[in-house]
Ligand binder design. Structure first.
Ligand SMILES: Cc1cc2nc3c(=O)[nH]c(=O)nc-3n(C[C@H](O)[C@H](O)[C@H](O)COP(=O)(O)O)c2cc1C
Ligand SMILES: Nc1ncnc2c1ncn2[C@@H]1O[C@H](COP(=O)(O)OP(=O)(O)O)[C@@H](O)[C@H]1O
Length: 312
C-alpha cells in the first residue's frame, strides 16, 4: 500500500477508484465499501484509493473536541486499510482551511485534478465539503460534468439497527464489548506501553501489565473486568483485564491492567495489545485484599470457561 501524508506527493492516476471518509473503527459497514472498491478496481483495471482525513474532522471543527473519543488511532487505521488490500491511502491533513473548501472545489481540485477519479464509491450518509454540503444526490446530479461515476453503498444493518461508529462507541462506553465485536467484525483492541504500577499484583499472585495509551483520544471502554487476548511480540496469550480506579487499593486514577495466563516475563517499556472479547463484571470495592484475590480467582475460572465455550 502506498501511503501519502499529504496530497503533494500524490501523482494523478489514470483510473482511480476512490472512496473518502474518516472510517473510524473500520467496522463491517466500512468493510463493505472497501470490498466494493476493490471489486470495481479489479474489474476496471483501475487502482483503489482511500482518501481519509487526519486529525478527525470533529477534532478540528467541533467545540467538544477535547471530549472526542475515537475507535481507531491513525496507526491502527493504516494497518487495517493495508490488510484490506487498499492500494493507495492518502491521509489529508484536516485543517480549518481545508474544512472551508466547498464541495465543488473538493471534487474538482482534489478528486478530479489531483487524484484522477473515474469512479467514486461512498457510504449512504457520506457528506463532504464546507458544512458537509456535498451529498450523494449532489454528486449524482453533477457526475457527468465531473467526468466520473458515483456509486452509493446502502446502509448495513445488524438486527435492524445501522452499524455506525457512534453506535460502537456507545456499546464500548457501556462495557458491551461483545456487541462492539459483532459490529466491528473483530474485537475492539487497545495498544500501549507497559508501565510500572504499585508492584502489588505480583504479591497477590496476579501480576498485571499496566498499559499506558499513547493517544489521549483513544476510546477506553467502561470500567470493569474483561476476558482478553493479549498480543505480545506477535503471540496471543489468554488473559483478563481490569479497567478502573481500583477502589480496593485506594487507586486514585484510572488504569488498564492485564493479567496474562501462562506468561512470566518482565515487559516494562514494551508494547502490548489487548483485544477485548467479553465483559465479566463491574469493578468493585472489596473489604481488603483477601476478598479481592478470591474474586480474581473466580474471574480466572470464568475466563477459562469462556475460552472453553469458544472452542466447543
Ligand atoms: C481480573 C482482575 C480484576 C480486578 N478487579 C478489581 C476490582 O474489582 N476492584 C479493585 O479494586 N481492583 C481490581 N483489580 C485491580 C487490582 O486491585 C490490581 O491488579 C492490584 O492492585 C495490583 O496493582 P498493580 O498492578 O499496580 O500492582 C483487578 C485486577 C484484575 C487483574
Ligand atoms: N502473567 C503476567 N501478566 C502480566 N504481567 C506479567 C506477567 N508475568 C510477569 N509480568 C510482568 O510483571 C509486571 C506486573 O507486575 P506487578 O506486580 O503487577 O507490577 P506493576 O504494579 O508494576 O504492574 C508486568 O508489567 C510485567 O512486566
Amino acid at each position: 500500500m502506498n501511503i501519502y501524508h499529504s496530497l503533494d506527493s500524490f501523482e494523478r492516476l489514470e483510473c482511480a477508484v476512490v472512496t473518502s471518509g474518516t472510517f473510524d473503527g473500520l467496522h463491517i459497514g466500512h468493510k463493505k465499501i472497501l470490498a466494493r472498491l476493490k471489486e470495481i478496481s479489479n474489474l476496471s483495471g483501475g487502482e483503489s484509493v482511500v482518501l481519509t482525513f487526519w486529525p478527525h474532522p470533529r477534532m478540528v471543527v467541533s467545540e467538544d473536541s477535547q471530549d472526542l473519543q475515537l475507535l481507531s488511532t491513525i496507526e491502527e487505521k493504516i494497518e487495517l486499510f493495508a490488510e484490506m488490500g487498499v492500494q493507495h491511502l492518502a491521509i489529508i491533513p484536516f485543517t480549518r482551511a481545508f474544512s472551508e473548501l466547498s464541495s465543488d472545489d473538493f471534487i474538482r481540485q482534489i478528486l478530479v485534478d489531483k487524484i484522477g477519479t473515474k469512479k467514486l464509491v461512498i457510504g449512504y450518509d457520506h457528506r463532504f465539503g464546507r458544512n458537509r454540503e456535498g451529498s450523494f444526490d449532489f454528486l449524482q446530479k453533477n457526475a457527468f460534468s465531473y467526468g466520473f461515476d458515483v456509486e452509493e453503498i446502502p446502509r448495513q444493518d445488524i438486527e435492524d439497527l445501522a452499524i455506525s461508529s457512534s453506535r460502537i462507541r456507545q456499546s464500548l462506553l457501556s462495557g458491551n464489548v461483545d456487541e462492539a465485536m459483532h459490529l466491528l467484525g473483530r474485537p475492539y483492541s487497545i495498544t500501549g506501553v507497559v508501565v510500572k504500577g504499585k508492584q502489588l499484583g505480583r504479591t497477590i499472585g496476579f501480576p498485571t501489565a499496566n498499559i499506558q495509551l499513547n493517544e489521549s483520544y483513544k476510546l477506553i471502554p467502561a470500567n470493569g473486568v474483561y476476558v482478553i487476548n493479549a498480543i505480545y511480540e506477535g503471540i496471543a496469550y489468554r488473559g483478563m483485564l481490569n479497567i478502573g480506579v481500583r477502589p480496593t487499593v485506594d487507586g486514585t486514577f484510572r488504569t488498564i491492567e492485564a493479567n496474562l495466563f501462562d506468561f512470566d516475563k518482565e515487559i516494562y517499556g514494551e508494547d502490548l495489545t489487548v483485544e477485548l472479547l467479553h465483559y465479566l463484571r463491574a469493578e468493585q470495592k472489596f473489604n481488603g485484599l483477601d476478598s479481592l484475590i478470591e474474586q480474581i480467582k473466580k474471574d480466572k475460572e470464568s475466563t477459562n470457561e469462556f475460552f472453553e465455550h469458544l472452542n466447543s
